[in-house]
Design a protein around this ligand. Structure first.
Ligand code: TPP
Ligand code: MG
Length: 549
């Protein structure tokens, strides 16, 4: 008797669940219906988004905060085109992401577009299942490729192949790719020794840790201790050194005046898994002309890509830091002194920087809003921030507990990803209070996912910094007509209630009592904080940022 027939779509879903997929995001149409159900039957949790762009970003944020591969399933054609912005963000961030998309192969179909070309155009890899016999092996291989290479991978699932009987070819039977486990790239001994030498000689070393160092806190802290280095991060690695007395928090546009001064005075800057790009280094303004700059990165092509470095080390950050620590014998004070410890303790946080509260006339100063929220919200939180003029306030004034407390999907600098980011982050860390910080423009662009927040019962605080416009453009183009970038008021609190959220409109600090009441419980509805913020001037980091355009 022949074995019962199992179709390819069913077999792929089950095989991927068996391979370790625990959560899958998507929008289901006919072309991904069976594969999605099979993932669920295999034990994965399916999270329905309301727009494929939301699904992609949820999966991206989930992957960043959980360490798993993000998985998305979409319908062919428009399902995939809707997802593309999120795919570009994930590809630029080297998020391991697998997109399963139905595919029509006849150009005469309404749904036809060149799906492989679309993915490749935004930096993702693209593959396809090719036969019943090989499909499961090809799907498992695509998943492993995403994980191993930290790449966004589109796997096209042609409809005709999906309905074939599945074979039982194991993934190992396919032509061999690179080895499965991420090889720990051993740093080249010569450059490691060179790094140990410059560190042993440095008087004011500063470490700037990026995305590639998020797993290496302990190793970098030990090396910092040995060499007297101060510790900072790029925005995406924010929180990594939280609690360390030598932590300067973020380097770059969001850096406090004290952090910027100390980084600018460094005689050695080591970027660990960090691009040292225009954001993190303020177009180089945070690097003294005489400073030695060293970059450590897994990827040789990242070295010196954004600015010239004195030399680079190709290697995995934790292993490299440990090797350097072992090479440096005696403990050095480096940058560290009692006097500096006291200055950092007194000036590390933006809250420590004096400002004139400009609240009034029915609008709250965004600094006052954010500082007050920081005081109110529990410390165990996970903060996600959209893009726009407002974005520095939550990124600078809301403390985060560690590197899993801040999710920043801004490698593509798209507005509108913030809410979906917060959903993915919340699902990765259900133990933390999720906070989404959005501008009114980004909030309205991504608003469909508010239904997802409510449906999933996420106890999320969604803060909208409402200046009734695209503040980034308003403040960038002084003196020009602003009709194209300003809008009439929108009752965002009413919109929130319409979706099923609790909501409050905030025009002064006193209105934030409603946040305290919500925090007291039961937190069974998400809370939308519609803050009408002052808008007389643009933010200081934005001026800096626009110098790069
Ligand atoms: C998808 C996308 N469209 C347009 C832009 C250009 N852009 C950058 S910031 C911004 C304004 C965002 O407005 P809002 O969310 O209200 O934040 P604000 O700047 O007002 O604080 C726009 C349109 C972009 N970055 N991404
Ligand atoms: Mg705005």
């Amino acid at each position: 008797m022949n074995p019962p027939e199992v179709h390819v779509d069913e077999a792929i879903g089950r095989a991927l669940a068996a391979e370790g997929v625990r959560t899958v995001f998507g929008v289901v149409g006919s072309g991904n219906f069976h594969v999605t159900n099979a993932l669920v039957a295999g034990g994965a949790r399916y999270v329905a988004a309301r727009h494929e762009g939301g699904a992609a970003t949820m999966a991206d944020a989930y992957a960043r905060m959980s360490g798993e591969v993000g998985v998305v399933t979409v319908h062919q054609g428009p399902g995939l085109t809707n997802l593309i912005t999120g795919l570009a963000e994930a590809a630029k961030s080297r998020t391991p992401l697998l997109v399963l998309a139905g595919e029509v192969t006849s150009p005469l179909s309404n749904f036809w577009v060149d799906q492989a070309a679309l993915a490749q155009a935004v930096g993702a890899l693209s593959g396809r299942i090719t036969s019943g016999e090989t499909a499961v092996a090809e799907a498992v291989a695509a998943y492993r490729l995403a994980r191993r290479e930290r790449r966004a991978v589109l796997l096209n699932l042609p409809l005709d192949v999906q309905s074939h009987q599945a074979g039982d070819l194991p993934a190992e039977a396919l032509p061999a790719g690179p080895p499965e486990d991420t090889p720990v790239v051993a740093a080249d001994l010569g450059t490691v020794e060179r790094l140990a030498e410059v560190l042993a000689a440095a008087e004011r070393p500063v470490f700037v840790a990026g995305r590639g160092a998020r797993h290496a806190r302990r190793e970098l802290e030990l090396l910092g201790e040995r060499t007297g280095a101060l510790l900072a991060t790029s925005a995406v690695a924010r929180g990594l050194f939280k609690g360390n007395p030598w932590d300067l928090d973020v380097s770059g546009g969001f850096a406090t005046p004290l952090a910027a001064e100390l980084i600018r005075d460094a005689d050695l800057i080591v970027g660990w898994g960090c691009a040292l790009n225009m954001w993190t280094m303020r177009h180089g303004a945070l690097i003294a002309p005489t400073a030695t700059v060293v970059q450590v990165d897994l990827d040789a092509s990242a070295l010196g890509a954004h600015r010239s470095v004195s030399f680079g080390v190709v290697g995995e950050v934790a292993g490299c830091a440990t090797a350097v620590t072992e090479l440096i014998g005696a403990q050095r004070d480096g940058y560290r002194s009692d006097e500096l410890a006291a200055r950092i303790a007194a000036g590390r946080r933006w809250q420590d920087v004096a400002y004139d509260d400009e609240s009034g006339a029915g609008r709250i100063d965004p600094r006052t809003l954010t500082i007050r929220l920081d005081e109110l919200l529990p410390a165990d939180r996970i903060v996600s921030v959209d893009s726009g003029n407002f974005m520095g306030y939550p990124a600078m004034f809301l403390d985060v507990p560690d590197e899993h407390g801040f999710c920043f999907t801004q490698s593509f600098q798209s507005i509108g990803l913030g809410l979906a980011t917060a959903i993915g982050a919340a699902l990765a860390r259900p133990d933390r209070l999720p906070v989404a910080a959005l501008g009114d423009g980004g909030a309205l662009m991504g608003v469909a996912e508010l239904e997802t927040v409510v449906r999933l019962g996420l106890p999320m605080v969604v803060v909208v910094y409402d200046d009734e416009g695209y503040g980034a453009e308003v403040h960038h183009f002084h003196g020009a007509p602003h009709d194209t970038v300003t809008f009439p008021p929108v009752d965002l609190a009413a919109i929130g209630r319409g979706f099923g959220c609790a909501a409050v409109t905030v025009t002064s600090a006193a209105d934030l009592d409603a946040v305290r009441e919500w925090l007291d419980g039961p937190r069974d509805l998400p809370l939308l904080v519609h803050a009408k913020v002052t808008r007389e001037r643009g933010s200081w980091w934005l001026e800096e940022a626009f110098r790069g355009h």
